[in-house]
Design a protein around this ligand. Structure first.
Ligand code: HEM
Length: 447
């Protein structure tokens, strides 16, 4: 951790009476520590400075971080805005619904939301579409005997999300590469030179947008075609203040982005947890054999409580979205602090997800906390998806695809008499920002 902080920045500074975490570097601030070791950075700051402190997100400026779980409710507060998301990465989020507030946000969200609810997913037969794609990929892993897991789950997720959208999936490795480069736009210092993150991120965005523009043109030309893109194009074209193609393309890019990295990371962590916990693997195999086939409808997911718990606990321990940025539009009272209007805020989902205030033995991977419950899931227990007006659109989709994935994995490997095994260490190479994921190099064997 110490190597990720600037040893020359030891001053104790206050902004609006709240301490600034020492150790920021010029230009990039605390980003190295945020990206590589956010959990320890947060724990250390809380221990030494208390529950409220400023983190320096480099080009994005200082964000006041609130470690008190009450801060989760800020995501539902009417005087808290998402516009900061666009300011942090204008090249990536300009015109997208995740960075909008109020009516503009609602209109864009309503055009997409229905397709992602269980009814929309069932009507479009998404479970039937996904099952063979997941089955083929898992079988290929079995045949190869070992895989670099995050690269594989990344490509599988792209394939799933493309098929959901009705986009022909050519050249998935290139898309996968472009997506990783696109994420650079969230952390890129504002220096536009060849080879630097800003230039590479922009090139990736332009490549992706050019392809999406073509898909939109195709969808208009073949109005009868099915798939989410066609639905979105007609919903956007039908809306009163018909949104321009730039906005449409930006929102499709947002869906691909939102649905890709987050889910690929969770899927990879599921395999890693199954590889390091043989008893968990045995329990999953037992459930998969009892169920007998990969479920395809939301209603069938109730037959797979263990797979569902695996999905929830993996997300709890390894949340892919670690922080959410917001801006206070009016003065806010937070605990004993008055937060002036205009303050930029960091809501640390990662911290809440693994907090002892919300979970017993939070560091332990325990399916029992989900399996042995009788009451419904509360918003705070799915905080990995946010809450309030911007709560994740993809929640039901992720639930379906991750349960499908774990049942397919168990059935395929069981049939071949093998199980997943870790072939490399897990501790090094994890990332926590812009999205979190396990090390890119972790290899899993099936033997
Ligand atoms: C494990 C997987 C996922 C996680 C952990 C996750 C997490 C989140 C979180 C925390 C937010 C709230 C953002 C905010 O409040 O600023 C969000 C929003 C969103 N997610 Fe997801 N997401 C996942 C998968 C997906 C998938 C599969 C899709 C779609 C294909 C998707 C599409 C979106 C969209 C469009 C938004 C913006 C909603 C809005 O602003 O109204 N996500 N997601």
């Amino acid at each position: 951790m110490d190597m990720l902080l600037n040893p020359l920045d030891r001053r104790h500074r206050l902004r609006h009476d709240i301490p600034v975490v020492p150790g920021a570097f010029p230009l990039v601030g605390h980003l190295p520590a945020i990206a590589c070791d956010l959990p320890r950075l947060l724990r250390r700051a809380e221990r030494t400075l208390g529950s409220y402190f400023w983190l320096d997100f480099g080009p994005a400026g200082h964000l006041m971080t609130c470690m008190d779980p009450d801060a989760f409710a800020l995501l539902r507060h009417k005087d808290v805005s998402s516009a900061l998301i666009e300011e942090i990465a204008p090249e990536l989020f300009r015109g997208t619904l995740v960075a909008q507030d109020g009516g503009a946000h609602r209109r864009a969200r309503d055009a997409i939301r229905g397709a992602f609810l269980p009814k929309g997913l069932n009507e479009a037969g998404i479970g039937d579409l996904f099952a063979p794609i997941i089955g083929a990929r898992v079988q290929a892993w079995r045949d190869r005997g070992e895989v670099t897991i995050l690269r594989e789950t990344g490509e599988l997720m792209l394939k799933l999300i493309f098929s959901l959208m009705g986009i022909p999936a050519h050249d998935l490795p290139a898309w996968h590469r472009k997506y990783r480069q696109l994420l650079l736009l969230i952390v890129a210092p504002p220096v536009d030179l060849p080879g630097l993150p800003l230039r590479r991120g922009r090139a990736a965005r332009d490549w992706i947008d050019a392809q999406l523009r073509q898909f939109v043109r195709d969808a208009r030309a073949h109005a009868a075609r099915s798939g989410l893109i066609s639905d979105m194009v007609s919903a956007f074209d039908r809306s009163d203040d018909a949104l321009c193609d730039d906005v449409l393309v930006a929102n499709i890019r947002l869906l691909l982005l939102g649905g890709h990295d987050t889910t690929a990371s969770t899927m990879a962590w599921m395999v890693i947890e199954l590889a390091r916990q043989p008893l968990l693997w045995e329990a999953l195999v037992e459930e998969a054999q009892r169920v007998g086939a990969v479920p395809t409808r939301h209603a069938d997911l109730a037959q797979c409580p263990l797979a569902e718990s695996l999905f929830r606990e993996t997300l709890r321990v390894h949340p892919p979205t670690t922080i959410l940025p917001r801006r206070a539009l009016q003065e806010l009272q937070l605990g004993r602090w008055r937060i002036p209007a205009g303050t930029d805020l960091c809501i640390p989902l990662l911290h809440f997800s693994t907090s002892a205030l919300l979970h017993e033995a939070p560091d332990q991977f325990r399916l029992a906390r989900w399996l042995q419950r009788s009451e419904p899931i509360r918003p705070i227990e799915m905080l990995q998806f946010g809450t309030g007006p911007h709560v994740c659109i993809g929640y039901h989709l992720v639930w379906l695809e991750l349960v499908q994935f774990s049942i397919a994995l168990a059935l395929t490997m069981r049939k071949a008499g093998v199980r997943p095994r870790l072939l490399s260490g897990v501790e090094k190479g994890q990332r926590y920002y812009p999205t979190a994921h396990p090390s890119m190099t972790i290899r899993i064997g099936f033997s």
